[in-house]
Design a protein around this ligand. Structure first.
Ligand SMILES: [Fe+2]
Length: 367
């Protein structure tokens, strides 16, 4: 065996298998997004030149196999073969970081004294966070960002039937899988009220509530990141914020907008954030993205509203200062976001290489 698939490496990491992940990409690429726990050697040019001493300075850990990783799985083949020549059990990751974009792991959100269980499904290769919320025999999914089968299998393993599927907004950095998941599971599809998408859905307006015997999910309209952005308040204690509010940052307001529109959206975002800050400070915020590759540690990502209020200085700026600061701090736009938005508005997930389309780190936040 000379290569390893993303699925196998994902399972090894989730099971706590002893494995060393060796990233051989140029340093800047490794620094932007990597496999959690990976080690790095800047040997890219030497490996491409087939320099037999490319990895000579590497101290190979003796603990289990080494998985070599590059951008697309070619240079890592050279690295793995050089390591095998030294007697190391080395495997090259098939498809490299591009294929790793679809890797995921899970963590259960600790919810005390409740019949509800919340599984945070983390697309570690991209930073997207989605949620499977189950109680009794039913479950809902929020912001599905992975192959629908992942959610169907997870739900089945808990004895749940997925009966409702929600998105917090029209996403720009990844393809929403919510429409497909709703079709495959027979669930109802709920989206924020808007005229952007061209397929049928049930609209959630500000204050609309879906109630089951165990779960009450209420829409809190929070325009800013996008005009239709909506948070969902679960049982009055947990707030699913999409890309509006993160543990240490806030959502960017500029995608698909010129400067004037960005200013208007920043102003809306200011009001939306202050609407959220009026909720009880012990509200648990569960965001739609992580700013770093998500470790296979089973620890859910989230923060109390009080913690965020303390940590995110921008929340205490005046409205004018808030808008000006946002305009100065806009990060580069995500690759291919215009095409991704078009597909999400059409509800389509194209056949073939979606990892290519979705490539790159997520860039939804401003801190
Ligand atoms: Fe977003």
């Amino acid at each position: 065996m000379e290569t390893i698939s993303v699925g196998t490496l994902r399972a090894w990491l989730e099971e706590g298998h002893h494995v060393t992940v060796l990233d051989v990409r140029p340093t800047a690429e490794w620094a932007e997004w990597a496999i959690p726990g990976s080690i790095h050697i800047d040997a890219y040019d030497a490996l491409k030149a087939h320099d037999p001493a490319a990895l000579a300075n590497l101290d190979v850990p003796s603990n289990g196999p080494v998985v070599t990783v590059c951008a697309a799985g070619k240079t890592s083949l050279i690295a793995a073969s050089q390591l095998r020549a030294r007697g190391v059990q080395a495997l090259s990751l098939e498809g490299g970081m591009k294929a790793w974009s679809l890797a995921w792991n899970t963590a259960e959100v600790p919810v005390h004294a409740s019949d509800v269980r919340i599984i945070q499904v983390r697309r570690t290769g991209k930073g997207c966070l989605s949620y499977l919320i189950g109680a009794g025999e039913e479950a809902m999914v929020i912001d599905a960002a992975l192959d629908p089968q992942v959610y169907l299998d997870l739900a089945r393993s808990h004895g749940w039937q997925i009966t409702s599927v929600f998105d917090t907004h029209i996403h720009a950095d990844h393809l929403s899988r919510s429409r497909q998941l709703a079709q495959m599971s027979g669930a109802m599809l709920f989206l924020p009220d808007q005229q952007r998408v061209s397929f049928p859905f049930t609209a959630m307006r500000d204050g609309d509530t879906l109630a089951t015997p165990h779960v009450r999910l209420t829409a809190v309209r929070t325009p800013g990141h996008t005009p239709e952005s909506t948070c969902y308040l679960l049982n009055n204690t947990i707030l699913l914020t999409g890309d509006t509010l993160f543990p240490t940052s806030i959502g960017r307001p500029d995608l698909y907008a010129d400067e004037q529109e960005t200013r208007a959206r920043s102003s809306s975002l200011y009001h939306s954030l202050h609407k959220l800050l009026a909720l009880p400070s012990e509200t648990l915020v569960l965001p739609g993205h992580a700013s770093q590759p998500v470790p296979f540690d089973g620890e859910s990502i989230g923060a109390w509203l009080a913690e965020i209020d303390e940590q995110v200085g921008l929340l205490h700026a005046t409205r004018t200062m808030f808008v000006e600061t946002l305009l100065q701090r806009l990060p580069p736009t995500p690759p291919n976001y215009e095409r991704i938005v078009t597909l999400n508005e059409a509800g389509l997930v194209p056949e073939g290489d979606v990892a290519e389309l979705e490539a790159g780190a997520n860039r939804c936040a401003i801190s």
